[in-house]
Write a protein that binds this ligand. Structure first.
Ligand code: SF4
Ligand code: SF4
Length: 302
């Protein structure tokens, strides 16, 4: 799999400098607060914004597969029948239907990424692979793009949840400048509850990656009901110290629900409605805990 949902230019929150971020489609985790639900499922899919739909019915008429029927003045999609031909997307006068996910060849992707080379050079930026979980994509493909970027002196950052066989990290490590590594919650049961998998493999991979000399920024999405407490932060600090992991940067990212509006477009349910960001003072206290433990470059935000 190597579908891409978006290539975002001028990104300043996905690593150093100005970056172009590539969002890959498909992830083994199901985080309750995921901001990018369009990257959760593998494979292409149709999304449509029913709020902006005028109910004109053009999409129903042009669909060659009878995948759409009008119900209460709005089109309803049978995803099992839809072939993702894209015809309804082209005919929708409101422009609110879209097949999400597109494959790029290595050459096409590198060409697109190199358009921003001047910004990388001027800002100390580069390319970030994000998602979804990029490390679950076609490894041969990832390596080919990574090698080409390295050949052209463009730095590569990989934003990862860490939940993949370690051999994949080992293979791409020589071509990666920085990993943005998510450490969500130290309690394995809570991890399972909110992410759908436990954290054993993720923590093991982090230890191995650090041991193999990778440059790693730790990213912690902070959610009051899940990990936004002193206990979890102290356990995270203890883990880093115990395993001699010295990230040059730690980012504490307060919860926000800006992705929640995307869920209905994909017939998905947002499971983060009862979640909240900690108060600013609590976030500052968490930063203080990390800094006192020797992790000076800990900050709020990306
Ligand atoms: S993408 Fe094609 S098959 Fe799917 S709903 Fe649109 S027109 Fe029908
Ligand atoms: S063509 Fe667009 S605006 Fe018209 S019914 Fe379909 S989705 Fe709604």
């Amino acid at each position: 799999m190597k579908n891409i949902t978006n290539i975002q230019k001028f990104s300043v929150h996905d690593g150093d400098g100005i970056r172009t971020s590539v969002f890959f489609k498909g992830c083994p985790l199901k985080c309750a607060w995921c901001h990018n639900p369009e990257t959760q499922r593998y494979g292409r899919e149709m999304q449509y914004d029913s709020e902006k739909c005028t109910g004109c019915g053009a999409c129903v008429k042009v669909c060659p597969s009878q995948a759409l029927v009008m119900k209460d003045g709005k089109p309803v999609l049978n995803r099992e029948v839809c072939t993702l031909c894209g015809r309804c997307e082209n005919y929708c006068p409101a422009g609110i239907r879209e097949v999400v996910g597109r494959e790029y060849t290595v050459k096409e992707l590198v060409k697109e990424l190199m358009k921003d080379q001047i910004f990388y050079e001027d800002s100390g930026g580069g390319v970030t692979f994000s998602g979804g979980e990029v490390m679950t994509m076609d490894l041969e493909y990832l390596l080919a793009v990574a090698k080409e970027l390295r050949r052209q002196d463009v730095t590569l950052t990989i934003d990862t949840c860490g939940y993949v066989p370690y051999e994949r990290f080992k293979a791409i490590l020589p071509y990666v400048d920085t990993f943005l590594y998510d450490v969500k919650v130290m309690d394995s049961k809570l991890h399972n509850q909110y992410m759908g998998v436990d954290n054993k493999l993720i923590l093991e991979n982090l230890i191995r990656l650090a041991g193999d000399g990778a440059r790693i920024y730790i990213r912690i999405p902070v959610i009051k009901e899940v990990n936004g407490n002193e206990k979890n932060m102290k356990e995270t600090i203890a883990f880093l110290k115990e395993h001699d992991i010295h990230p040059p940067q730690i980012n504490l990212l307060p919860y926000h629900d800006t992705g929640s509006g995307k869920y209905p477009k994909l017939d998905m349910e947002y499971k983060g409605t009862d979640l909240h960001a900690p108060e600013r003072a609590e976030m500052e206290e968490f930063v203080r805990l990390f800094q006192e433990a020797g992790f000076q470059n800990t900050k709020i935000g990306g």
